[in-house]
Design a protein around this ligand. Structure first.
Ligand SMILES: Nc1ncnc2c1ncn2[C@@H]1O[C@H](COP(=O)(O)OS(=O)(=O)O)[C@@H](OP(=O)(O)O)[C@H]1O
Length: 362
């Protein structure tokens, strides 16, 4: 009778089936949401964990931390160019930017790069730019496009500081400018990336470079014997790295094969010292940012002989770049200087024509 009853009440069966289906789907939605939440938690815990594990050697490299470090990765590494390996493993450090919106920030590939030149003033530019609330910059030099390209873009992205929508992510590696394969690689990452090059009189730049080399390896030969192939004939060794880097036109040509001139901004290393606010104003324009960094952020430190950052509100002292920036240069025979100026003159003229800018180097 009961079976008969079930057989003859198909609606009751359907209702039961529907009820079971509803319970089952609610349960699977619940399980799915739980799994999703748990995965999310683990991911953020992992990210936080690796942030916290910034290697001690990186912290040490960040010897002279700057004020305004809201945007920093723990401070500026000094003299990482060339060596550069100090950048490895360096993470973005504190994410706090005072906005209280860190949880919405993400790691993104850079939209702007300071690609050179070594000893041009790249550290000063990066540290000054970090004052801008719309810039998030990696403090160390990642050397991705020249040394660590095989690690892939995910690795590169993971090195970047977290940024909010609308903030510009950037890094500086001065060696990019002179590495042959870099323009193509940067283009493969983004054809819209904005490129900044700080250029400085190539003779002064070469001596600055040599001064750094000799500070690390005091036994190297004198500048003069490395700069010339033949001192008697005055034949310059343009393949010697400190001189070769200064052949700006030659290096820029490679970048112009991949990027339009409008996407490359040149900063005068000399004006970055004599008028930092003016140079910074032009860089902010180029990046499409409001001019927030102005002359009120700088003062000229007579002892150091360079512009430094003023005391930020509520912070301790004014800050200058570290000891490796603004060093006393090795003294070079004036006749050698003249010969070097003659050597660079045509290259500089070509560079001025290519860029439409006269940097006034003698
Ligand atoms: N504000 C300020 N303070 C100190 N130094 C300044 C500043 N602005 C520009 N410079 C010049 O920057 C030169 C070092 O350039 P880089 O930072 O590009 O060097 S590196 O490639 O990262 O090693 C460094 O070169 P040297 O003077 O030869 O040490 C400085 O001349």
């Amino acid at each position: 009778m009961a079976a008969f009853h079930r057989l003859h009440h198909p609606h009751a069966d359907l209702r039961r089936l529907f009820h079971r289906l509803t319970v089952a789907s609610s349960l699977s939605i619940l399980c799915f949401s739980l799994a999703y939440l748990l995965t999310g938690c683990c991911e953020s815990q992992l990210a936080d964990g690796s942030e916290a594990k910034t290697p001690a050697r990186d912290s040490a490299a960040f010897g002279s931390a700057w004020p305004y470090d809201r945007n920093a990765t723990g401070g500026a590494p000094e003299g990482t160019s060339g060596a550069g390996e100090g950048a490895l493993g360096a993470r973005a450090g504190p994410e706090a930017n005072g906005s209280g919106k860190e949880w919405t920030a993400t790691r993104r590939l850079p939209q702007a790069l300071i690609i050179g030149v070594k000893k041009g003033g790249t550290r000063a530019l990066l540290e000054f730019l970090r004052l801008h609330p719309d810039i998030r910059a990696l403090g160390s030099e990642p050397h991705f496009f020249d040394r660590h390209y095989a690690r892939g873009l995910d690795w590169y992205r993971s090195m970047m500081p977290k940024a909010l929508d609308g903030q510009i992510v950037m890094e500086k590696t001065p060696r990019y400018f002179v590495t042959v394969e870099t323009p193509q690689r940067v283009h493969a990452m983004s054809r819209d990336v904005k490129l900044i090059v700080v250029v400085r009189d190539p003779v002064t730049r070469a001596i600055s470079d040599y001064t750094q080399i000799i500070s690390k390896t005091p036994d190297i030969p004198a500048f003069e014997s490395l700069a010339f192939k033949n001192r008697t004939t005055g034949q310059i060794d343009s393949l010697w790295s400190p001189l070769w880097i200064g052949l700006y036109a030659q290096h820029l040509e490679r970048w112009l094969a991949w990027f339009p001139r409008s996407q490359i901004h040149l900063v005068s290393g000399e004006r970055l010292i004599s008028d930092p606010a003016g140079e910074l104003g032009r860089v902010q324009d180029f990046l499409g940012l409001q001019r927030i960094i102005t002359d009120k952020h700088f003062y000229f430190n007579k002892t150091k002989g360079f512009p430094c950052l003023k005391k930020p509100e509520g912070s301790s002292k004014p800050h200058c770049l570290g000891k490796t920036k603004g060093r006393t240069h090795a003294s070079i025979d004036p006749a050698v200087m003249r010969r070097l100026r003659d050597f660079y003159r045509p290259h500089n003229q070509r560079f001025y024509r290519m860029t439409g800018q006269d940097f006034g180097w003698q």
